[in-house]
Design a binder for this molecule. Sequence first.
Ligand code: NAD
Ligand code: GLY
Length: 357
Amino acid sequence: MIEITVELGERRYPIRIGEGLLRSQSLADFLTGSQALVVTNETVAPIYLPTILDNLSKSGVAADSLMLPDGERFKNLDTLNKIFDGLTEYRHNRTTTLIALGGGVIGDMTGFAAACYQRGVNFIQVPTTLLAQVDSSVGGKTAVNHKAGKNLIGAFYQPKAVIIDTETLKTLPDREYSAGMAEVIKYGLIADADFLSWLELNIEPLMKRDSHAIARAIAVSCEIKARVVAADETEQGVRAILNLGHTFGHAIEAFQQYKEWLHGEAVGAGMILAAELSMRMGNITEQDYLRAKTLIAAAGLPTEPPENISREDFLSLMGLDKKVLDGRLRLVLLESLGEAIVTSDFPIDKLESVLPA
Ligand code: NAD
Ligand code: GLY
């Protein structure tokens, strides 16, 4: 087992990574009282809920569970209310612990429910998608969507622990796995050139889901995310580098009304656009740009934006992005391979030149 700590003073917490942790890691160690509610969905529950309930019952905890519908379209206030209904129906008090068992949708909703219920109760993240294991379960961003936009209603609220059982990735569909790899590659691009080289050398075993390779990739990703979050928990500055490719990616997702590409797929194509702009700004060489593109392609991700999105679509959708501060579009660009900056200092014609005609 590998352990990484998110250093947030009294709110510091461990991320534990290992094969079979759903069975072997005592979840009861992170409970604050005798009550617990496992929140999951109809896809994940049949595969992993019995194991987690068994884990808790071995420590004498008779946990309740709640199964939500599966999908981003259910990440809203109505579904959140179902969590509060469950908590009140089962008479959970302020010492209860919510356990999020699932991907980023379940993690974000359960975390936000924990932030709100009785003004804040304990919670544990048990992420089961690669994206959730390397990104959404770490760092305390919790939210639901509103019809006006994604993740508009939420809170920063840190878990007590993140328990990553790498075995859960064996049942993850290929597209979801590739989408998670986009975020893994992102960490190499923004913060660690050696990790990027390691990913290039190990992309084949990684895509075959070799357990040693994937444990290392998750561990390094979580180390980088933990470091960035510890430096800037509420995204006043450096945390924004975690959004490499996301402004372009969000434009793609919004253009498709969140119905076609997965988030990680849009981020994959978005990171290539960000790398191309970085190259045109003279920050990275053409060879660096091609390395990024080749790795993203090898992870099974799209390397071009969808055919039907135009430059005008991109510009208008990027203009609405929440990362626009004081009317100036801020982008995450590469300073070099392994180093990112957040800047609004780029010529608009260079931005236009990387977008489709
Ligand atoms: P997801 O939660 O929708 O999961 C993807 C699919 O995989 C779902 O159908 C799910 O039921 C299924 N699944 C989950 N684990 C499985 C397993 N082990 N085996 C088989 N199927 C499994 O999507 P996601 O990509 O995990 O998360 C996306 C969400 O995360 C978005 O809502 C996004 O806004 C959010 N997010 C949050 C942060 C953050 O910092 N909080 C960061 C990135 C993304
Ligand atoms: N996923 C970006 C962040 O956590 O800040």
